[in-house]
Design a protein around this ligand. Structure first.
Ligand code: AVI
Length: 323
């Protein structure tokens, strides 16, 4: 480890350990069955997600990165000088680097991430490249209210960066709750920069979640591998299949794990029955029009000050301020 990385202080807000067992037992007892998409992300799940981002059908990551590259100086001007940049998630990627390189004298970078190892690995990589920016990693669950640590140099404003269309993985009511919390954390003169995937031809959206190489299918089914390993369950992974469909009524991709036959699965002495064709709902990926996203943020006391989008309106970067 190099010197700048050694100086990084972790603010550990000690997020409560996940009650994975309780959650999974409860989710599989529901009718219809449902499990949280957070259980995709063990080490293999995170690697598979990185591979999804490279698939030709998964346009989201490329579109967002192209937008960042094209509009970086406008984005940096909009955010203004001496900001405290708070990122929801560990943000080791190119997008964060680009932003940090182009912002005008940012005072500190504060990633908020529940996984201590992912958090420290990303910050250590960034610290040496940006010795003048204070690194303030916060180990916390960003979906819960957080008291942000105070940087050594006072910021002119706080900007929350939430890329990747992760906001789309929250149902509307949860998304409003999270946006309201962002408004609290950024304060009256703060701002948020949020990556939002846009509504478009459903065929384009569906193929992004059903890539030909089968990486998304492996990612989805990895949830069962993860549960088997972590909770000693006996899911027969080959007896299940990935299914992701765009629902035009709800304007979101709904991802399910379908049971290919009648079968029972055991976890901690409990048996869960699956009929042939019965499914577990595992993820929503909501898609927004400019109008529907503006309405959503309005419910959280925010307004869209600016939108950057590509000519085909595939993806958007939305710059939000207090309403
Ligand atoms: C992390 N999140 C924004 C991704 C999405 O597009 O909803 C997760 C994902 N699920 C399947 N493919 C990608």
């Amino acid at each position: 480890m190099t010197s700048a990385a050694l100086d990084v202080q972790l603010h550990d807000l000690q997020p409560s350990a996940d009650d994975m067992l309780g959650d999974v037992l409860e989710g599989l007892s529901r009718q219809p069955k449902q499990l949280s998409s957070k259980y995709f992300y063990d080490a293999r799940g995170s690697r598979l997600f990185e591979r999804i981002c490279e698939q030709p059908e998964y346009y989201l990551t490329r579109a967002e990165l192209a937008l960042m590259r094209e509009h970086l100086s406008q984005i940096a001007d909009a955010l203004g000088p001496e900001v405290l940049l708070v990122e929801y998630g560990s943000g080791s990627g190119i997008k964060t680097r680009l932003l940090l390189e182009h912002l005008h004298a940012p005072v500190a970078y504060m990633p908020v991430e529940i996984s201590r190892s992912a958090l420290m690995a990303s910050v250590e990589r960034l610290a040496d490249d940006h010795p003048s920016i204070q690194m303030l990693p916060v180990c916390a669950d960003f979906t819960q209210p957080i008291e942000l640590p105070i940087p050594d140099r006072k910021q002119r404003r706080t900007v929350i960066y939430f890329p990747g269309s992760t906001i789309g993985n929250f149902e509307a009511s949860q998304a409003v709750r999270l946006l309201r919390q962002m408004r609290e954390e950024m304060g009256e003169n703060g701002a948020a920069l949020v990556g939002v995937d846009l509504l478009k031809d459903p065929a384009i959206i569906e193929s992004a979640y059903n890539d030909a190489a089968g990486v998304t299918a492996a990612f989805t089914l990895n949830m069962l591998v993860h549960i088997n390993r972590e909770l000693g369950a006996d899911f027969d992974v080959d007896g299940f299949a990935h299914r992701a469909r765009f629902n035009p009524q709800t304007e979101r991709i709904e991802t399910h794990i379908d049971s290919l036959r009648k079968q029972d699965v055991h976890i901690e002495g409990r048996a869960f029955h699956f009929d042939a064709g019965e499914s577990i709902l595992v993820e929503y990926s909501c898609k927004y029009s400019r109008e529907s996203f503006a309405r959503l943020v309005g419910e959280a006391g925010l307004r869209v000050e600016r939108v950057w989008t590509d000519p085909d309106e595939l993806f958007s970067l939305q710059y939000l301020v207090a309403a």
